[in-house]
Design a protein around this ligand. Structure first.
Ligand SMILES: [Zn+2]
Length: 136
């Protein structure tokens, strides 16, 4: 089973060492991929200090680019850290997953940029129809 998950890691994330695929499940026309961040620590966006004190984690479900015409939904577990600097206004912060998502986004970066390109090239209804055709 781990071998199959490693193939998903290579396929979806180019074997990024910061990301681990934990599950992959076909659910009709949707492929659900369980992903976890491996970061041991992160830099506070407020004060810039690094912290490895894990506060907790939570799930996000960003939509990713389709694979073989099937929608891909990531089940992404992100890690929240407690800041080291007690004078910093931010008590906790979430580790960024570089290149995968951005704050509050419900799409991966590659999905967002693909849709932006379609929107710029075709605009309006034509772009929406094309995105529908390729499952985005
Ligand atoms: Zn801070």
């Amino acid at each position: 089973m781990r071998e199959v998950l490693l193939r998903w890691e290579e396929l979806l994330f180019l074997a990024d060492p910061g990301i681990r695929v934990e599950s992959a499940q076909e659910d009709g026309e949707v492929i659900r991929v369980g992903v976890r961040c491996r970061t041991a620590g992160s830099r506070c966006p407020g004060c810039g200090r690094c912290s490895g004190r894990l506060h907790g984690s939570y799930l996000r479900f960003p939509a990713d680019l389709p694979v073989a015409g099937r929608r891909v939904v990531l089940r992404l577990r992100v890690r929240r850290f407690t800041g080291e600097d007690i004078s910093c206004a931010r008590r906790t912060f979430v580790a960024k997953v570089a290149g995968l998502t951005r704050r509050y986004s419900q799409r991966t970066e590659r999905m967002r940029s693909a849709l932006a390109e379609v929107g710029l090239a075709l605009a309006g209804c034509a772009g929406a129809r094309l995105a529908d055709v390729f499952g985005a």
